[in-house]
Design a protein around this ligand. Structure first.
Ligand SMILES: C[C@H](CCC[C@@H](C)[C@H]1CC[C@H]2[C@@H]3[C@H](O)C[C@@H]4C[C@H](O)CC[C@]4(C)[C@H]3C[C@H](O)[C@]12C)C(=O)SCCNC(=O)CCNC(=O)[C@H](O)C(C)(C)COP(=O)(O)OP(=O)(O)OC[C@H]1O[C@@H](n2cnc3c(N)ncnc32)[C@H](O)[C@@H]1OP(=O)(O)O
Length: 382
């Protein structure tokens, strides 16, 4: 796998950093998640392939353990508010001084500088600050966040993983580590570069929800079918639009021109009426095998059994029976090999990891007794 041999210390966080860690793990890195002690249950649902060590960072011995793990690793991934790691004495200056090859990734909402740097926030706040949220939503409705996909995951976890991979690549030439300042505001804005840069061609001249790609256009929207499901239409180019109109059983000569914006509301009504006449399965049979760019809106329960996804093996099931997307993209020689075993219990690998990092048995026992670390091997064996 592409990242085999890379050792990552991931400080447990909420959603973006766990996703970043899972990407690295899926592609072969050894990812050790540092959890708190005395926690009943892991809230990281993106823990595929990770190991868990439970350390009490408010205990000087626990802190010393973390420092040792970081100094013997390639990457540290931290999801805390600006200044937390420095307060612990584990800021990048300290660690890079002792391990100059270390890649120190800091995944935050607002970045390491600026007046918001220390403020609490979540995806919706970062999305709002990126400018993108103002663009998202239906006509005459308020802005609408598409789950927490854009800032937390695309602009946060994924962008941070890209930064780590770039830093690893650069380190293979320079021998030097570096600090990654991954701000979800900036990551989200960057993911939205097309929106920014396509303003010059007038793609976003109209109010929210009234442009071609934001559900304003009748040929780029979803439509309800007779069985209460939906079809997605993305028939932008004229040759594909023609096939769409044909599939609906309409005659283009009876309709206004595709790009006549003032006629879009009327066209939407026509398409709405037509789609309501058949079920999703019936419309899928009409459009499958054409270039009309019309597809069923599949539920999470349906995606894995759709023939196309099934043929490619796009979803995988772990040993617990849970279904999830397989890692993307697919590399031809060194593809991801995601683990199918269950996620780790908190502290399941404390002892094994400490041994691997050179701690002696008597030292481990002392750390356990003193409450600096916690071990849950027994729970894992039940
Ligand atoms: C929209 C998403 C978030 C969705 C996540 C939801 C899925 C979950 C959110 C709440 C969860 C529920 C909740 O926890 C209650 C239940 C708990 C139960 O166990 C499970 C069920 C729950 C219902 C649970 C269910 C789900 O998990 C939830 C619903 C997002 O947008 S995520 C993006 C958030 N933003 C960022 O990540 C940006 C960077 N980070 C930050 O800005 C801050 O970290 C943040 C997120 C604002 C949190 O601030 P906070 O004040 O809490 O922390 P920090 O200032 O960062 O400081 C951390 C302190 O913790 C100390 N520490 C860390 N590790 C250890 C350790 N091992 N031992 C000891 N101490 C530790 C660290 O030293 C800091 O201490 P100080 O404050 O003293 O410096």
């Amino acid at each position: 796998m592409a990242l085999a041999g890379v050792r990552v210390i991931e400080l447990a966080g909420l959603a973006p950093a766990p996703f970043c860690g899972m990407i690295l793990s899926d592609f072969g890195a050894k990812v050790i998640r540092v959890d708190r002690t005395k926690v009943a249950m892991a809230v990281d649902t993106l823990a595929r392939g990770k190991q868990s060590v439970a350390l009490n960072l408010k205990n000087p011995e626990g802190l010393a353990v973390l420092k040792r793990l970081c100094l013997q690793s390639d990457v540290v991934l931290e999801p805390f508010r600006k200044g937390v790691m420095e307060k612990l004495g584990l800021g990048p200056e300290e660690l890079l001084k002792e391990n100059p090859r270390l890649i120190y990734a800091r995944l935050t909402g607002y970045g390491q500088s600026g007046s918001y740097a220390k403020a609490a926030g979540h995806d919706i706040n970062y999305l709002a600050m990126s400018g993108l949220l103002s663009m998202l939503g239906r006509s005459s409705d308020k802005p609408y966040a598409p789950l927490n996909l854009v800032a937390d995951f695309a602009g946060g976890g994924l962008t941070c993983a890209l930064g780590i991979v770039l830093a690893l690549l650069e380190r293979s030439k320079s021998g030097q580590g570096q600090i990654i300042d991954a701000s979800m505001v900036e990551g989200a804005a960057y993911v939205g570069s097309f929106m920014w840069k396509s303003r010059s061609i007038g793609l976003w001249n109209r109010p929210r929800g009234e442009n071609m790609l934001d559900s304003g256009a009748p040929f780029y929207d979803t439509y309800r079918t007779a069985d209460g499901k939906y079809m997605a239409v993305g028939a932008i180019e004229p040759q594909f639009y023609d096939q769409f109109i044909q599939g609906l059983g309409l005659d283009a000569a009876d309709l206004p021109a595709q790009m006549s914006v003032s006629d879009w509301p009327q066209l939407k009504q026509t398409f709405t009426r037509e789609f309501a006449k058949r079920t999703q399965a019936e419309w899928s049979r009409v459009f499958d095998g054409t270039d009309a760019c019309v597809t069923p809106v599949l539920s999470l329960e349906e995606v894995a059994s759709h023939p196309h996804n099934q043929e490619r093996g796009s979803f995988l099931r772990n040993t617990q029976g849970e279904l999830s997307p397989r890692p993307a993209p697919v590399l031809s020689r060194a593809p991801a090999e995601p683990r199918l075993s269950r996620d780790p219990f908190i502290g399941e690998h404390t002892r094994a990891v400490l041994r691997e990092f050179g701690f002696q048995e008597d030292q481990i026992e002392k750390l356990l007794i003193g409450g600096a670390v916690e071990c849950n091997e027994a729970k894992a064996r039940l």
